[in-house]
Write a new protein. Sequence first.
Length: 174
Amino acid sequence: MQVLANGGIAAVGALAVAAGAALGWPLMLGSLAASQADTWATEIGQTAAAPPRLITTGRPVPRGTSGAVSWKGTLGGAAGALSMSAVGLAVGLAAGPILAGGIGGLVGMTADSVLGATVQARYRCGACHAEVETARHCRTATQLTRGRRWLTNDMVNVIGSSLGGLIGMAASLV
Ligand SMILES: [Zn+2]
């Protein structure tokens, strides 16, 4: 599921490129940039000294909360998106699709955080009373406290990476 969530749309872009469609490049780059940005932001954000803040309200939340952001994590995410721009450079793409892919990546990363903070499924474990993202915890079923059951973390990643690709494609047309 995670591979599909992060790579599905990028694979569609790659197939489009193989079929000779230039628009496949920004679709693939934007989607990969969004996944990459999200991953780097999460990993690098975890090393920040100050607690992160929720992207929607700005209030400090525990590390690892869905939708939590920090300056360090955001800069790390931007670096992740840039790493895909470097791939675009390496394969000899023009500045337009590279820039478009980068924009898609940043939009996708932001969408991922906003969805994580608002509609992603969140549960409370009846045994340890922790707020969790899974339907089971401590070997028992958890209670849905917010969001939609089908909007799992993987699903939010699908939306973030798809949006990254689509915005990348749209930006390259502009
Ligand atoms: Zn528990």
